[in-house]
Design a protein around this ligand. Structure first.
Ligand SMILES: CC(C)(COP(=O)(O)OP(=O)(O)OC[C@H]1O[C@@H](n2cnc3c(N)ncnc32)[C@H](O)[C@@H]1OP(=O)(O)O)[C@@H](O)C(=O)NCCC(=O)NCCS
Length: 155
């Protein structure tokens, strides 16, 4: 259940979410204004530091693909590597080709460092297009800086 990760700050653990984490996960996702759909705790991993849930992220399942989503680190804990560790862990648990959508250049670079590459909407797998179509429309119509990405680097 818990990951023995020596890179985490002292007092922090990376573990699978449990049903007790539902409201903390929703709080993190809503406060970051991320996609509020498919927030099933069973799909989440979290980082807990001194009994507080400070980060979460999940893999959403689609037909033959997965989406890395809901990656949030609470503001007080940002910039200390937790987001990178959690994303790397989620990547290592993926069992299907992995995709994501993110907003803006800074996040696109964050994910590029983790092995994701930018792709066009046309290159998304068919199972993900219905979900990402609205973002694509917003990108085309009102220039929302959405970036679609595919994980390429497998160790
Ligand atoms: C993106 C996020 C998960 C990164 O977590 P983190 O623990 O701060 O990340 P790390 O410490 O491992 O890495 C830091 C990198 O994150 C990125 N980052 C940090 N804050 C960011 C922010 N507010 N927006 C976008 N990217 C950010 C930067 O690339 C930063 O690199 P730098 O320190 O060289 O500038 C965190 O900023 C967050 O929760 N943001 C709000 C929610 C969000 O946008 N999630 C992504 C959805 S696709």
């Amino acid at each position: 259940m818990e990951q023995n990760n020596s890179l985490l700050p002292t007092g922090c653990v990376l573990r699978r979410a449990t049903s007790k984490d539902v409201w903390s996960i929703r709080g993190l996702v809503f406060s970051a204004k991320l996609d509020p759909t498919q927030l099933r705790w069973q799909q989440f991993w979290v980082i807990e530091c001194k009994k507080d849930l400070v980060a979460c992220g999940q893999l959403r399942n689609f037909s033959s693909t997965q989406e890395l989503g809901s990656l949030v680190v609470t503001p007080a804990w940002r910039g200390r590597g937790l987001g990178t560790l959690l994303a790397q862990h989620l990547i290592s648990t993926a069992t299907q080709p992995l995709y994501l959508e993110c907003l803006g250049e800074q996040l696109a670079q964050f994910y590029s460092r983790l092995g994701f590459v930018r792709i066009s909407f046309a290159d998304l797998p068919r199972s993900l297009k219905p979900k990402f179509r609205l973002s694509q429309l917003a990108k085309q119509l009102i220039k929302v800086p959405v970036v679609f990405m595919h994980y390429l680097q497998r160790e």
